[in-house]
Write a protein that binds this ligand. Structure first.
Ligand code: NAP
Length: 486
């Protein structure tokens, strides 16, 4: 424990929580002194009983005595569960804590009100979050708190309350030393808190952004956007938000954000499976015409005139293709393009290509889906069945064939001599089996990485009105892909 305290101090922690209940054997007075005297950082002593989510199974008097000893030895605070009689507390200020591992209590305000009248120096309220809206309820408590407060929603859904705590003047937040050492579910590591979310630079004026999706834990967007904000000196933080599938879940969170303008929420990226829900929530009238036709958006911006929607996927795809071909989008007119796939990505690409009057054929394994998409956007369709060879000048793969981990799969058996440009929207791996084939055939190759970076660059520019640090963002994606490969 002492070694971990030093590790925490080196990592930049302002204080450590000594979980006396995590020690295999209850410590002696001398051991508590060893931990606290000359500690490298301030200490908060906690000895949580098993019936309140901790590990201490000894008697109540013994438990409180350990905390008293910690106080006498110089702990900055002792964490004592709400309801524990502490009037004769001798040695140090108290954090009065309330935990509900079952969910968000209905009477949160009443609990907070009661605790604000107690003699404790700090109120700590922690409850399990069942949806991301619960994390906002924790921020409500911070905002209305009459004394120094810690309000945390636990679990993946609650994580944003841990990160935004600083913006709303919380007493502090908790972070684990490393992944796997969390003392409560949903705690980020101190490395993530300090480097990814830049805890030390978060303040009342920090603008809030995030990405909504399901699943979301492996999204690269927080790393990319936070790095871009840091590099450009933008006072903003970007958070991952897991919202379960379904329009109702999406709407509940977005409504809760809209009801709280004081959050300073400025923008959201939206990913699978919520892009259609996002358009429905923002309303087609508040999106550009092509996004409305696509029926999906990946970007929401909260401005003075209300929320606005954009689809930077299609602009990103067109920009990646045109830049590789050395033409502007108007130069696509009349060119012969085969789009492989008829899912969400294909829909955005087909809508954009037909907008620029490109001659498109949609090729898909399920022919009816290709036919339906082609009919909607006035182009041709064709089956995509192995071993496939497609006669088209430009080929754009919008299927998931070849995506990690199936990196040897390829939607085409060979590249026709007529084909000059191949664009694979997949970005993991960066060079897919299809792009390898195309490179050998001497084609101009476009990687999904360019599209992925472009869509994030466009979001940054919409939100900040500034030029995005493209190279930093690209490097971050490469770094994350390399780390995921290990
Ligand atoms: P989606 O809606 O699920 O569509 C998947 C498409 O792949 C469908 O057309 C499906 O055909 C086809 N497909 C799947 N397995 C196949 C197989 N074994 N053989 C032939 N066709 C198969 O997915 P999406 O959202 O459009 O995403 C598709 C790809 O686009 C993803 O792999 C992703 O990497 C890429 N993407 C990249 C970016 C970027 O920024 N670079 C952005 C978005 C998407 P059926 O209709 O027959 O099922």
């Amino acid at each position: 424990m002492r070694r971990q305290m030093e590790q925490a101090a080196r990592a930049g922690a302002d204080a450590v929580e000594l979980r006396l209940d995590y020690l295999a054997i209850a410590p002696s007075e001398g051991e508590i002194e060893f931990l606290i005297k000359d500690a490298p950082v301030e200490t908060i002593a906690t000895c949580r009983p098993a019936n309140a989510g901790g590990k201490f199974t000894g008697g109540e008097n013994h438990r409180l005595e350990l905390l008293r000893i910690a106080g006498r030895q110089g702990a900055a605070f002792a964490d004592v569960e709400s309801g524990t009689p502490v009037s004769d507390w001798p040695a140090c200020p108290i954090i009065e804590s309330f935990h509900d591992f079952g969910g968000r209590p209905d009477n949160l305000d009443e609990i907070a009100g009661r605790m604000s009248g107690s003699a404790a120096a700090v109120s700590k309220i922690a409850f399990s979050a069942a949806e991301p809206r619960d994390a906002l309820a924790a921020l409500d408590l911070l905002r209305s708190g009459k004394k120094s407060t810690l309000a945390l929603a636990m679990g993946e859904h609650g994580q944003i309350s841990r990160i935004l705590a600083r913006k709303f003047g919380a007493f502090g937040t908790f972070a684990s030393l490393e992944s796997g050492l969390e003392s409560a579910p949903g705690q980020p590591t101190i490395g993530q808190m300090k480097e990814l979310y830049r805890w030390d630079s978060i303040g009342p004026a920090t603008a809030v952004f995030g990405v909504i999706g399901y699943p979301i834990a492996h999204s690269m967007s927080p790393a990319i956007h936070n790095a871009a904000f840091a590099h450009a000196g933008v006072d903003a933080v970007y958070l991952p938000i897991r919202v379960e599938p379904g329009g109702e879940n999406f709407r509940r969170f977005l409504d809760a954000v809209s009801e709280r303008p004081w959050l300073g929420w400025r923008g959201l990226s939206v990913t699978i499976p919520h892009k259609e829900n996002a358009l429905a929530w923002v309303g087609a009238a508040n999106c550009d015409e092509l996004s409305a036709r696509i029926g999906a958006i990946n970007t929401i911006t909260f401005g003075p005139a209300g929320p606005r929607g954009d689809n930077t996927d299609y602009t990103a795809a067109i920009a990646a293709l045109c830049s590789a071909m050395g033409i502007g989008p108007e130069g696509l007119a009349g060119r012969n393009v085969a789009v492989l796939g008829a899912g969400g990505a294909a829909r955005a690409v087909v809508a954009a290509l037909t907008h620029y009057k490109t001659d498109v054929v949609v090729c898909n394994r399920t022919l009816e889906r290709a036919e339906a998409l082609a009919e909607e956007f006035g182009c041709r369709s064709s089956p995509l069945s192995p071993p496939a060879r497609i006669e088209a000048r430009i080929i754009i793969n919008c299927t998931s064939v070849g995506m990690h981990p199936n990196v040897n799969a390829c939607p085409l058996a060979e590249i026709s001599p007529a084909t000059r440009v191949v664009f694979d929207t997949i970005y993991n791996p960066i060079e897919t089996a299809l792009l390898k084939l195309a490179r050998k055939a001497g084609c101009t190759c476009v990687s999904g990485l360019d599209m992925f970076v472009n869509q994030a660059v466009a979001q940054f520019e919409i939100w900040t009105g500034r030029k995005a640090p493209r190279e930093i963002m690209r490097q971050k994606v490469l770094e994350k892909l390399a780390a995921a490969d290990k």
